[in-house]
Design a protein around this ligand. Sequence first.
Ligand code: ADP
Ligand code: SF4
Length: 733
Amino acid sequence: MTNSKYGLLFQPISFGPKTMRNRFWQTSHCTGFGSERPGTQASFRGMKAEGGWAVVCTEFCSIHPESDEYPWHSARLWDAGDVINLGHMCDEVHRHGSLAGVQLWYNGSHSPNLESREVPHGVSGLPSNVFPERNVYDAMSDENDIKAIINMYVLAAKRAEEAGFDIVEVSGSDTTLPLQFLERRYNRRTDRYGGSLQNRARFYIEIMAALKRAVGDRLAVTTRFETDTINGEIRIQHYDEGLRFVELMHAEGVCDLWSVKIGDYEEWGEDAGSSRFRRVNWMQPFVLHVKRIVGPKIPVVSNGRFTSPDDMIAALASGQCDIIGAARPSIADPFLPTKIAENRLDDIRECIGCNMCVSRMQQQALLSCTQNATAGEEYRRRWHPEKFTQAPNPCSVLVVGAGPAGMECAMVLGKRGYTVHLRDSAPDLGGHWRDVARYPRCAEYGRVISYRQAQLAKLKNVEVHLGIEPMTAEAVLNYGADKVVIATGAHWATDGLGAETHRPIPGVDAGSADVLTPEQVMGGKPVPGDDVVVLDGDGYLTGVSMAETMALRGKRVTLITNMNNVAEFSRFTMELPNNKRMLNENKVHVMTNHWAHGYSPGTLSLYFLYRDTAGLYELEPGHWGRRPGTELKEVPCSALVLVTSRVSNVQLYRELERRRVEWARYEIQAVYRIGDCHAPRHALNAIFDGHRLAREFESPHPQHPLPFIRERQVWGHATYPKLGDPRPPVEVP
Ligand code: ADP
Ligand code: SF4
């Protein structure tokens, strides 16, 4: 039953030869699954089709070995093996009545080709600015090379059709080759593919036209285009060549649908804008202007981290777009469309915009999600985000600690039919995440708590007890539960312990008035003086957030880290450039590659990590090493904020372990630990940990994960291609 208030979202819409059943389009997004993990890919994408996304696309899909981004995993349409593997995805998407799209990708200058070892062809024969340290160059294409590349697109589109895809989307985004031809920064040609905008647009338009001729009567031919690369002159600027290109290509009638974004490959965090830096629907003006150009007959897709149906309706009603595009909201909740249709809005698991999903790809790993522990686990662990096997013999479970891990575990156990008591000495749910959600810019992070709070409230078999006395081992043993889960979390080190030295920092003690942990800062402990030093050995969110918090309070802030960058991990979440801009705007003084030697009130003394000699010497007979440097730097420090590392709150678990022989007397069958009290990692790991334990609660040893399906070549089975097969043809037809 479709909720009539949101009826517009469920109206079919046509483009080219295809019609999608509603307005929910899962835009292409990275996963790390590619063509190499066909089961994971198919089940992950199929789940979104099942959840109501009418179009489900692959990630970027390489059309030929000339463009390969190994060890990052793209989809590929190189050969018959890829057709089989991606064909499985198409089958799964079709099984649920949705259309399958593939994003055709050839990256020219930015193709490291570490697997294929081919030479990429590009526009001008330039070094890649995306991989400046990797010695990546393209070879300038002559007209025959250009024809060959266009033919690669056509052959890939034919393979896409064979696999079952309904939509071929040309990536004219993320600085792929069509964009490189378009941008003056890359295009230094003097032939008919260089110079004027018309000339620079020729390659892109010729690709689209060739695809229309080859498959356009059967498949929709669409594009994803960035109207502004957000980095100034000689790049694409919206009011300049961004919109003029849209006019040009639209006039040619070669594009069935436009999917619009901003930002380029160097900084695609402007496209995958994190909630810390970009509000919902931040690309609105850019998309709106494209819609005005292409008119009512050509649909436009707009992304914008949409999770609220009211925001979606507003976007459609304003004339900005016809279709709601989403990558992250569809990862966090594959059933978002269905929940809107069924008016189950409080069941929506809203994306928090943390970009942990992106971070996995950026670490050359596999997608996972903070909010949705089942993302990427649909095939390899057979987890369904909305379905839970009922417990065969539901017993009573006490969960101690209502942080992300405890909440998730209690929720999943509850959905599985267990009788659960979730208990926490704090007055509210959320554990350490309550602090995180109050860091500057992090309000959306609160959804981790509010979603679980709403779900827990619906479960009649789950009781939540907050503000209780901290539970001792004695209290746990006497509680009367059959099984116990300890989720007591972690705390920030109070003595400066960190990864750099694995030792406390001399003179540092958060018990004194001028040394503070992040919990103490958030708890309101006064920060003395004007010169605040934030010492960050954690490298993610808390260090920069503490620096910003202090700057907002008018302090002079120095942020010191042992890493090469501030918030080094935010390289993976695509937030690093904006973190640097934010610190610069706040006049935070930054020192990298330094760590603390010692602290005395008023002064922090530091050393440069590489102050020892490069050469090795016999320092004394039989003892070789670097000649140690001794230089120290002193920074004024009226207050020191320690973001050095986190330490598990494992005492309760250890005490219960110590009293294991007594469990039988208290009729306790098992005690497990999850989340940060096991090891203090990012929240998505704590949540996963709680989820996994609850899913596998009846396994012989639930503390230890069951094996999952690994997808890889198994010896003795066929390979595609085989040695001796012809080279994928590129000759001009
Ligand atoms: P995680 O990220 O693993 O979920 P958190 O640190 O966010 O861990 O949450 C741990 C929660 O456990 C906190 O809310 C804390 O108040 C609670 N807690 C810790 N020890 C006890 C205890 N002995 N009794 C009750 N609650 C506890
Ligand atoms: Fe959203 Fe974070 Fe999940 Fe990505 S990891 S989908 S940004 S909640």
